[in-house]
Design a protein around this ligand. Structure first.
Ligand SMILES: Cc1cc2nc3c(=O)[nH]c(=O)nc-3n(C[C@H](O)[C@H](O)[C@H](O)COP(=O)(O)OP(=O)(O)OC[C@H]3O[C@@H](n4cnc5c(N)ncnc54)[C@H](O)[C@@H]3O)c2cc1C
Ligand SMILES: *[C@@H]1O[C@H](CO)[C@@H](O)[C@H](O)[C@H]1NC(C)=O
Ligand SMILES: *[C@@H]1O[C@H](CO)[C@@H](O)[C@H](O)[C@H]1NC(C)=O
Length: 548
């Protein structure tokens, strides 16, 4: 970013005082939208340009990418966001970019805005304050900025809860719905985006629109999995179910990938799901991690780890896998749950005796990564680079992927972090949404969730391994993976990512964010020319090719 360009944007932002009179009223007010008199002073006083604030909005959980915004906007009402977008569009030279930021838990700068304005979504509602539960309707209306942990507690007050969870709950409703929101319940209920009834969205044209599968469906389906490209989600209506009280939380170990995946696929099939687990994920433990890694974890005791290490030695396996399952129960089913669990375990082929069972409250189970966060923070291992790579791998190629990645590229590595691997059913995804998945009935989510605790050279090494995995996926005749929480450096990469959906994505972008101001950190569409660049560039066409 050239200093000149930043200064120009700052000046333009400040000059808003004189242009505010042109702002229109909100087009539509949804349930949570408070109509109010947007005055110029309101908007400019909510843009913070001090060094500490802009620095905080310059990086994210990944600590891989940095980009400094010119200011951070703290909206009081959704209408403020509409006003900010209109302000951007009314600039005489080029609009400035606008990036809603949930908690900034992205890994690759997706919520950053170089030289633009980052919207601190958390300013919209004190935690839990913009969350309303309808017991009759079995839904919760949650502000896009709300953390899932707060949505959980609000719903639990009525004995209810959302059906599908991400592993970690200190991320926002708007952030996960812009991706998909996957976790161990998705095999049965689909991702979080499959459990939304209605949205309020502020589009890139500054309109506030309520949308659902019936009303403004194009915007509804665009925004779900939409990577922030079509509008800012300010409210989501999310379906609820009666909340279970407790959970049998189990892990089953496997030394052989074929048996592991066969059992996982049985457990997500209709055949087992009626009486099966309510949650199914899986993890991959590389040999060196077992040999040299932590001697206990929040789930496994020291003697559990010793047994697993023994299993790796005894079987000569480069990798040990475990299925992680959860079976919900409450007072009425407390006496029968063990029997139900035993019956299910009878159907499975884990290594005899390698079953580990914990009993937890529903909240303890759902918030398990929150406890891990506390541990990592106190060990100074949370705010480190996270060059994460998440992939959806078609079922037909998962064994090839396993052989090439876990027994190939990553063999003899000892990553700090987690490797997740679990299957989902495609028929629980709605293909009208922007999110993309492989073209097979069953596909695996594989998360290489690794931390670079040793600094720069560590990041480079992990990124080299990521690149090798991606190359394996992408090569002609390759494995045909799709990235989840995607990042592509080129236009062509994005085109291939969206595949058959690309034409529609471009069309929807032209309709809802024609100046391409929203969530520029995704790098899908070239951002508008900055004023300084516009002054030195003769044509817009050349700028478009330069940044793609
Ligand atoms: C420890 C950890 C565990 C995780 N586990 C899971 C998991 O199990 N399953 C899973 O699916 N994901 C998981 N994630 C990823 C998480 O879903 C993403 O980081 C996601 O981006 C949400 O984070 P956020 O709310 O901080 O969004 P941000 O990172 O702030 O934003 C993400 C993107 O969405 C845009 N955006 C933010 N808010 C809005 C909004 N209201 N409207 C429109 N666009 C918006 C931003 O501009 C940006 O492009 C995990 C992340 C972490 C750090
Ligand atoms: C908005 O506020 C301005 C300044 O306070 C006032 O003059 C104007 O009448 C208000 N408009 C509405 C619609 O309330
Ligand atoms: C597992 O690691 C140990 C110690 O690092 C090593 O001796 C052994 O050969 C490894 N086993 C496999 C199958 O890679």
């Amino acid at each position: 970013m050239m200093p000149g360009a930043r200064l120009t944007t700052l000046l333009i932002v400040t000059s808003f005082l004189s242009t505010a009179g042109h702002l229109g009223a909100p087009v539509h007010s949804g349930a949570l939208i408070t109509s109010h008199n947007v005055s110029s002073l309101d908007i400019t006083s909510k843009i913070h340009t001090d060094h500490d604030t802009t620095t905080e909005a310059s990086s994210d959980f990944g600590h891989i990418v940095e980009a400094t915004p010119d200011g951070v906007f703290r909206p009081t009402f959704p209408a403020d966001i509409a006003a900010l977008i209109r302000l951007s569009l009314s600039q005489p030279t080029a609009p400035f970019t606008v990036a809603p930021r949930g908690k900034g838990h992205s890994s690759r700068g997706q919520a950053l805005a170089a030289g633009g304005i980052v919207v601190d979504m958390s300013a919209l509602g004190g935690r839990g304050h913009r969350t309303t539960v309808s017991v009759d309707g079995m839904f919760v209306d949650a502000g896009g900025e709300q953390l899932w942990i707060d949505v959980l507690h609000a719903a639990l007050e009525h004995g209810l809860a959302p059906r599908v969870w991400t592993d970690y709950l200190r991320i926002t409703v708007g952030g996960t719905l812009s991706n998909a929101g996957i976790g161990g319940q998705a095999f049965r209920h689909g991702p979080q985006i499959s459990n939304v009834h209605e949205l309020d969205v502020v589009t890139g044209t500054g309109e506030m629109i309520t949308c659902s599968p019936e009303v403004n469906p194009a915007l509804f389906f665009a925004a779900l999995g939409g990577l922030g490209q079509f509008g800012v989600i300010t409210r989501a209506r999310i379906g609820l179910e009666p909340a279970p009280k407790r959970v049998k939380w189990i892990r089953l170990a496997y030394s052989d990938v074929h048996t592991f995946t066969t059992d996982q696929e049985l457990l997500i099939s209709k055949r087992a799901s009626g009486s099966g687990f309510d949650y199914i994920e899986g993890q991959v433990q590389l040999n060196r991690t077992l040999m040299e890694g932590r001697r206990s974890s929040s789930f496994f005791s020291a003697s559990d780890i010793a047994r697993l290490t023994g299993l790796a030695i005894e079987t000569g396996s480069a990798v040990i896998y475990y299925i992680e399952g959860a079976m919900y129960y409450d007072d009425n089913t407390a006496t029968s749950v063990d029997q139900k669990l035993d019956a299910l375990l009878e159907e499975l082929s884990f290594v005899r005796g390698f079953v580990f069972v914990r009993d937890a409250s529903y909240v303890e189970f759902l918030d398990r990564v929150g406890r891990e966060e506390q541990n990592l923070r106190s060990a100074g291992a949370w705010d480190v680079p996270h060059p994460w790579l998440n992939l959806f791998v078609p079922r037909s190629r998962i064994l090839d992927f396993d052989a090439a990645v876990f027994k190939g590229i990553l063999r003899d590595t000892n990553p700090i972090g987690l490797i997740l691997m679990y299957p989902m059913n495609k028929d629980k995804w709605d293909d009208r949404m922007t999110a993309v998945t492989p073209d097979e009935d069953v596909f695996y989510a594989v998360g290489l969730l690794r931390s670079a605790v040793a600094g720069g050279s560590d990041v480079e090494q992990l990124e080299r391994e990521n690149a090798a995995v991606l190359e394996l996926c992408d090569l002609a005749g390759g494995i045909g993976c799709r990235q989840y929480l995607p990042h592509h450096a080129s236009r062509d990469g994005w085109r291939r990512h969206f595949g058959a959906k690309w034409g529609r994505v471009a069309e929807l972008k032209a309709r809802y964010d024609p100046r391409a101001i929203l969530s520029p950190g995704q790098g899908i569409f070239p951002p508008p020319l900055s004023p300084a660049a516009a002054a030195s560039e003769p044509t817009t066409a050349s700028a478009h090719t330069a940044s793609s």
